[in-house]
Write a protein that binds this ligand. Structure first.
Ligand SMILES: Cc1cc2nc3c(=O)[nH]c(=O)nc-3n(C[C@H](O)[C@H](O)[C@H](O)COP(=O)(O)OP(=O)(O)OC[C@H]3O[C@@H](n4cnc5c(N)ncnc54)[C@H](O)[C@@H]3O)c2cc1C
Length: 451
């Protein structure tokens, strides 16, 4: 059974809340009323980065408090399969409290973090302030609409489980509406699905949607001419999967086109309004479903901190992963901006960077506590991969370029072993096998009310 060194975390939080009502009283001892007397490490975000910190600190003489606005860890690389009715949301998420059960020095609180008071060393949350001695900010990323908030309202995002469920409902609902729509132009718009952004998320979504329509919905809607349905992948630059080697980009594009996806390169979206997508070249297209996968930025929390930000509003950090003026505050993963990747670029917003930075942040916190020098971040790059439908992928790893079925098997293996929880692995594997052999998708449910 788990023993908790801090006897009652809720009592501590209540004590800290009381402190908030008397803002002049913030002596250090009062701020951190911890019977264990150990330093408290607060970790914001139960994502890849945050979990890696907690794991690394499991045996350390510190109290760890993890905060997240959701009560689960989400495995985002499989999110597109939730959006395309291949997996149920529960199979790609795992309760944060269940993960932390294994770590006696760690606790979890569900709270939305709104800001940090660096002077007083307080994390400001929806549930009141929380004191820290060391802080790790790992709040991840958000969609980047480049200041065009109308885009946010008119398009579907792909950032969390709510987004994916909303998109699944939208696509299935569009088919239901198309069945009863008499106006051919409106029906065509309902059956036109536009994905903006040719990065891995856009490519994976486009392939999965094309297959859902061709193999599954075609049989579900015999009274509808499903051959009218279009999936367009729209990309402003002259290539998809820009971070992959050129031959793999070409193979991915060919494969998508073979699956019926219309890949539109050098096509920049200027506006989306009431079902009309306008392009910078002056043309437009009617579409009932536009997915925005064209940009990411740091989570909104980065804006609130009042610290220098880099590209994509990511927080600028030192190579030791902490803030220049606040050595006790570490920022990692998608939220952090650090140059040093290929050709001096910033490290990419991918799970392995977040995981490796989480490990180093934990190690450097212990170094600070013990008065040892801090280490700088060195990334061990295992490469990248993206899947294109149910039998193909592209993989670029240690200079080896693979595509097709072999790459797809590699993709399956990596994602399955990285997924947390035996039950999740079993459910995902069963769904994949079912999908592979029957060409069917198990989760074709429309849930929730239409927005
Ligand atoms: C659709 C999609 C597909 C992807 N595919 C891949 C892939 O195939 N391979 C790959 O390597 N990477 C992939 N990524 C990127 C990868 O998921 C991220 O790089 C990784 O999750 C970053 O880890 P993180 O810990 O920084 O953030 P996350 O894992 O996103 O965790 C951030 C956590 O912070 C919480 N949070 C945010 N704001 C607050 C707040 N204010 N208060 C409290 N909690 C907050 C969130 O709820 C979340 O749990 C994908 C991302 C997406 C969205």
């Amino acid at each position: 059974m788990k023993t908790i060194d801090t006897p009652n975390i809720e009592q501590q939080v209540a004590a800290e809340r009381t402190v908030e009502t008397e803002p002049t009283r913030y002596p250090l001892a009062e701020r951190t009323p911890r019977p264990s007397g150990r330093p408290r490490v607060v970790v914001v975000g139960a994502g890849f980065g945050g979990l890696s910190v907690v794991r690394k600190l499991a045996q350390a003489d510190v109290d760890v408090l993890m905060l997240d606005r959701n009560n689960y860890h989400g495995f985002w690389p499989l999110l597109y399969q939730v959006a395309t009715a291949g997996l149920e949301p529960e199979s790609i998420a795992y309760p944060a409290r269940a993960i932390l059960r294994k770590y006696p020095n760690a606790n979890f609180l569900m709270a939305d973090v709104t800001d940090v008071d660096f002077e007083r060393r307080l994390v400001l949350t929806s549930g009141g302030p929380l004191a820290y001695d060391y802080l790790v900010l790992a709040a991840g990323s958000a969609n980047n609409y480049f200041g065009d908030e109308a885009l946010a309202a008119q398009t579907f995002g792909m950032k969390d489980i709510d987004d994916a469920e909303r998109l699944r409902n939208q696509v299935l609902r569009a088919f239901e509406q198309a069945v009863i729509e008499r106006d051919p132009a409106k029906r065509a718009a309902l059956l036109t699905f536009v994905i903006v952004g040719g990065g891995p998320t856009g490519v994976e979504l486009a392939g999965a949607f094309a297959e859902l329509i061709r193999h599954v919905l075609r049989k579900d809607y015999p009274m509808l001419d499903v051959s009218q349905a279009r999936v367009l992948l729209v990309e402003a630059s002259d290539r998809i999967l820009a971070s992959f080697p050129e031959p793999l980009q070409r193979k991915a594009r060919k494969r998508l086109e073979k699956m019926g996806v219309e890949v539109k390169l050098r096509t920049a979206v200027s506006a989306v309004d009431k079902g009309v997508v306008s392009f910078k070249d002056g043309t437009s297209l009617d579409s009932g479903t536009v997915v925005w996968a064209a940009g990411v930025r740091a989570a909104d929390l980065a804006d609130a901190l009042g610290v220098p930000l880099g590209r994509g509003a990511r927080v600028k950090i030192r190579p030791t992963l902490n803030l220049p003026e606040r050595p006790e505050v570490f920022v990692i993963g998608d939220m952090a901006y650090l140059e040093g990747y290929k050709n001096g670029q910033s490290y990419p917003m991918v799970a392995p960077v977040a995981i490796q930075q989480g490990k180093l942040a934990a190690r450097n916190i212990l170094a600070l506590i013990e008065g040892r020098p801090l280490r700088t971040f060195r990334y061990f790059d295992r490469g990248q991969m993206a899947t294109i439908g149910r039998r193909a992928a592209v993989m670029d790893s240690f200079g080896i370029h693979l595509s097709g079925f072999i790459a797809w098997l590699g993709w399956l293996f990596v994602h399955l072993i990285e997924l947390i929880g035996f039950r999740n692995r079993l459910v995902v594997l069963t769904n994949w096998a079912y999908n592979y052999f029957t060409y069917d998708r198990a989760v074709r449910l429309i849930t929730g009310k239409q927005e």
